[in-house]
Design a protein around this ligand. Structure first.
Ligand code: PFF
Length: 462
């Protein structure tokens, strides 16, 4: 095993921006607005905020803590803390596998975002009179193999380029440049949105909860979303935590990451809904909201041409700071456990992920008829990763820290760098312990049962 000196973040803010970059991604800008639209706006947002506070934050702290304590990748970390248990090592391995799988299709969607920068710049959106026409155009693009695969490969190359350059010189430096640009672009888009004529309907949608839409399903969707958006359950935050110094205050960093992630999701929602309502379109378009509805929104707003380009640049940057964290999990594993060099790990696994992503990219063209349990390849791997591997991973992460490793060992590790917090606000730590031990595993388990359809089956029987 190669034991070259392990890389570390250059600063606390470097870690926070990189981890917030992992969290802030397609989940915030693409998924959050459309599921909020599907589940009725403000009421859903409120539930989402509660879920983020009671499950997201505690699990995030647990993940980062495992990483920081062991200074290892997910496999090495679980192996070390469980003293070689095969079961727990396999849980770490599941995280690495999940990283590989998620990256393979995440980068396909990110490729669409990248391609749309060019489409926006070409002015083609002005040919769309309504979302259906924009939708048809979008479908024709993703069924074009060259377009689809081309941008996917280009996006993978960008991801590999950043990770290839290392933790400090690649990921941290990239995040320090890209995250402020992302904030700036989003602020510009929010200002544009809220100053549109008729924007108030969108703002109202955001602020006035309509409780009639809040079903059990909406609550579970909110939990699932807070989990995915914080990059939890597969060791991405664990791996980023492993480059963190023990001198840093871990709970306060975790709060900053959650706050940034939540803020960006809310701002993205605000920018999108004000535009959608101001132009009289529907917020309920589902996954197509961004590629079908928004192009039409842009053509109807003053300055829409420039804002449409900025929007897709924003989406691409958000996706890139997330995809690098996915590739880093795999890279860290091969560096720590197999003694590979970073460059070799990035080239081999970046390449393999690209190959494995091809069937996802082909899901709308060459492999359009291919089905696994009725789902195309893209939807199947998305289902496997987001609905099975992540909740299962998150469940075991909370169980591991709360029950197996135990608070007796975990608390002193958490205390490093946070002595002040432990003395002045001991209730914060007590709260964390309770949430992680009793709430997180149960709630995550429910999300999991719901994802695989068991809750619905039970409800049907009853
Ligand atoms: N958090 C990312 C998003 O919201 O788009 C997605 C993600 C990234 C999930 C990294 C998991 C992960 F490890």
């Amino acid at each position: 095993m190669a034991q070259a000196k392990r890389e570390q973040w250059g600063s606390k803010i470097g870690f926070i921006l990189a981890a917030a970059g992992s969290a802030i991604g397609l989940g915030n800008i693409w998924k959050f607005p459309y599921i909020t639209g599907q589940y009725g706006g403000a009421a859903f947002i409120l539930i989402y905020l509660i879920c983020t506070a009671i499950i997201g934050l505690p699990v995030l702290m647990a993940e980062v803590l495992i990483g920081r304590t062991t200074q290892k990748n997910p496999v090495g970390a679980f192996k070390k803390l469980s003293e070689g248990s095969k079961f727990w090592t396999a849980i770490g391995g599941m995280g690495v596998a999940a990283g590989f799988i998620i990256l393979s299709y995440y980068a396909v969607v990110a490729g669409w975002a990248l391609g749309y920068i060019y489409q926006a710049a070409s002015g083609v959106f002005y040919e769309f009179s309504k979302p259906e026409v924009a939708g048809q155009y979008f479908n024709s693009l993703i069924s074009d193999t060259v377009w689809n695969v081309g941008y996917f490969v280009l996006f993978m190359a960008l991801t590999m380029g950043v990770v290839y350059s290392g933790v400090k010189n690649g990921i941290e430096r990239g995040s320090k440049i890209m995250m402020p640009v992302l904030f700036l672009l989003l602020i510009i888009l929010v200002i544009r949105g809220v100053t549109l004529e008729g924007a108030s309907a969108g703002i109202k949608y955001f602020l006035h909860p309509d409780w009639s839409h809040v079903t059990g399903e909406a609550i579970l969707a909110a939990m699932g979303q807070s989990f995915f958006t914080l990059s939890l359950g597969m060791g991405a935050m664990l791996t980023y935590g492993s480059y963190m110094s023990r001198k840093e205050n871990l709970p306060s960093s975790a709060v900053s990451i959650v706050t940034l992630d939540t803020l960006i999701a809310l701002l993205a929602g605000l920018a999108i809904f004000t535009g959608v309502f101001a132009t009289g379109l529907s917020p309920k378009a589902g996954p197509g909201l961004i590629f079908h509805t928004l192009p039409v929104v842009f053509t109807k707003m003053p300055g829409g041409y420039a804002f449409s380009i900025l929007f897709f640049v924003l989406l691409t940057i958000a996706a890139l700071t997330s995809s690098i964290s996915l590739l880093e999990v795999i890279t860290a594993y091969f560096i720590d456990e197999k003694g590979w060099s970073r460059h070799r790990a990035v080239i081999v696994f970046g390449g393999l992920t690209t190959l494995f992503g091809l069937p996802s990219a082909f899901s709308y063209n060459l492999m359009g008829d291919f089905r696994i349990f009725g789902l195309n390849f893209f939807d199947s791997v998305d289902f496997l990763a987001a609905n099975i591997l992540l909740p299962v991973g998150g469940f075991f992460i909370s169980v591991f820290v709360a029950y197996y490793w135990g608070y007796k060992k975990a608390l002193p590790a958490l205390r490093d760098g946070a002595e002040n917090l432990f003395e002045k606000y001991p209730w914060v730590i007590t709260g964390w312990k309770i949430l992680l031990k009793y709430f997180a595993p149960v709630l995550i388990f429910l999300v999991f049962l719901n994802s695989i359809g068991i809750l619905k089956l039970i409800a049907d029987i009853l």
